[in-house]
Structure formats: C-alpha cells, structure tokens
Write a protein that binds this ligand. Sequence first.
Ligand code: CTP
Ligand code: MG
Length: 168
Amino acid sequence: MLPAYVPNNAAVLLGGGRPIDAGRTLEDARVLGDGKTWRGAAAGTLAGITLALALNGIAPAVVTATGLVLPTFPPAAIVALPLGAILGDTLASFLKRRTGRSRGAAFPGLDQLDFLLGALALTALAATAWFTATFTPGVLAVVLVLTPLFHVTANVVAYRAGLKSEPW
Ligand code: CTP
Ligand code: MG
C-alpha cells in the first residue's frame, strides 16, 4: 500500500502554487479549493510511482533475506495506486466544497478513506487480474482497518511538526 500512502504526504511537503480549479467556483463555493494544486498532485503521483519502482527493485533481495512472499507491482498498478490516491483526495475536496465545508474542514470518514478507495478503485480497473490476486478478502479487510489508523497518526505527526495546519 505504500505507493498509495506516500502521495498525500508528498503533496503536503511539495504542494502549493496554482490550484487545479484555477479559482473557479460552482454555486458560490470553490470547485476544489486552494488546497488542491497541480504541483501537489504531480509531486504526489511521481513520489508514489518512484516508491513503487524502488519497492520492485528491492523485492528480490527482501524475499531472499526474509522468505516473505511479496507482491511486485505491474506497470498499471505502479501508476494506478498513487494516481488513484490523488484522484480520491481530489474528489473528496470536491464533495467537501459541495457540502459547505471550507478548505481544511474535517469530513470524518471521508478524510481517512478517500485516497484509499481511490487507489483501490483505479487499481481494480487498471490492473484487474493483479488486484484480485493481491487484494484477497483478508488483505482488503486488514488494509481497510489499518489505513485510517495510519492516516490519523501521520496527520497528527505532520500537524505537530508544523507541516499541516489541521491534525486531519
Ligand atoms: N496539497 C496540494 N495539492 C494536492 C493535495 C494537497 O498542494 N493535490 C497540499 C496543500 O498545501 C494542502 C495540504 O497539502 O493544503 C494538505 O492537504 P489536504 O489536507 O488534502 O488539503 P486541505 O488544505 O485540507 O483542503 P481540503 O479541505 O480540500 O482537503
Ligand atoms: Mg485537509
């Protein structure tokens, strides 16, 4: 899941600049808001792709050293996991603006799952055979429970470190 986790963090660290919605509004609210930028989306996606390639690179050595059975990422999943995470996060901002929440407002549940559902959905579409072989029901259950916990922890750490203006 790491290629789906790192895009949000990379966007926080490297994002900013021109907003994706270019300031446009829809029914008196921003389409996405200033928190969704081209640079954040591009840096996040590239960071996830880079990490997936690195994990593919070290997988044989890790398997030899530990005996663990590790998946490697096919090209479609290398792109779909991070791009899906960014699209999920962007879609969540669209929904937050449509429900009257301003930039940075919390949307419990959606904030913790948007990127995960985006990553899983796009990967299921783009790399279907790999997705079904890798994300067995047990793996999916663990991922759906642990990801929100990781997300909450990472955001509290980023908030305390002064990288994010809200702890969610
Ligand atoms: N970020 C970015 N581009 C993205 C996603 C995030 O530049 N595509 C940066 C922005 O600086 C953003 C920060 O990362 O403020 C935190 O991301 P997030 O919590 O997703 O955005 P919010 O500012 O909270 O806005 P929203 O309410 O739309 O989630
Ligand atoms: Mg936010």
